[in-house]
Design a protein around this ligand. Structure first.
Ligand code: HEC
Ligand code: HEC
Ligand code: HEC
Length: 115
């Protein structure tokens, strides 16, 4: 009897472990509107990037995983305006394009939309 309880305990532990691994950490919003100044808002397809890149830190080493973190870092002088756009977004799209891989846009109006 005690042996069975022990076995069940182990099985329950495995099941809980498997579910814990399945529960995703906070992935944030699917689409994120980013302030684009005079060029108009940039609607950023967040999940598409998570799926295509499989690595959160390519972007989140520059700004934390919180809503409005880019604007906050800019206001605090930790990020320059257009720094994310130039050193992250466009840089990666250009590198992938030049490598002949599937990439995102490098043309202003493909990212920025004026109302
Ligand atoms: C290609 C860049 C990029 C990648 C990769 C990326 N994120 Fe983000 N993430 C952003 C941007 C941009 C924001 C918005 C920041 C802001 O509002 O100023 C953001 C915001 C967030 C937020 C804040 C909530 C929200 O919806 O605004 C969370 C949580 C988050 N990301 C989680 C993740 C996780 C988890 C991963 C990896 C699975 C990931 N991100 C991968 C760019 C990225
Ligand atoms: C790959 C998408 C992308 C492309 C292409 C792009 N931008 Fe941006 N742009 C952004 C993002 C994201 C931001 C907000 C983050 C930042 O300031 O780095 C931004 C911010 C800006 C800002 C606002 C700076 C401020 O005052 O806060 C201006 C102006 C701007 N872009 C102009 C341009 C022009 C001009 C082009 C074309 C030569 C261009 N962008 C191409 C994504 C893009
Ligand atoms: C490390 C590489 C990388 C970074 C950084 C990155 N992207 Fe992309 N982006 C991609 C790839 C790869 C695709 C193509 C994904 C797909 O088609 O599924 C893409 C696609 C896109 C698209 C087009 C989606 C569509 O509907 O066709 C937009 C818009 C875009 N990115 C905006 C941005 C903005 C804004 C940023 C910065 C906040 C950014 N990207 C940062 C790699 C990157």
């Amino acid at each position: 009897m005690t042996r069975w309880i022990a076995v069940l305990g182990v099985l329950a532990g495995l099941v809980v472990g498997a579910f814990a691994a399945e529960i995703p950490k906070n992935k944030g919003a699917e689409q994120i509107p980013l302030a684009g100044g005079t060029q108009g808002v940039v609607t950023f397809p967040h999940y598409r990037h998570q799926n295509a890149l499989g690595d959160c830190m390519v972007c989140h080493k520059l700004f934390p995983q919180t809503k409005g973190s880019i604007a906050k870092a800019q206001a605090e002088g930790k990020l320059e305006k257009k720094q994310v756009m130039n050193t992250l977004c466009i840089q990666c799209h250009r590198d992938l394009r030049d490598a002949g891989k599937k990439a995102g846009p490098v043309i202003c109006a493909k990212c920025h939309k004026k109302e």
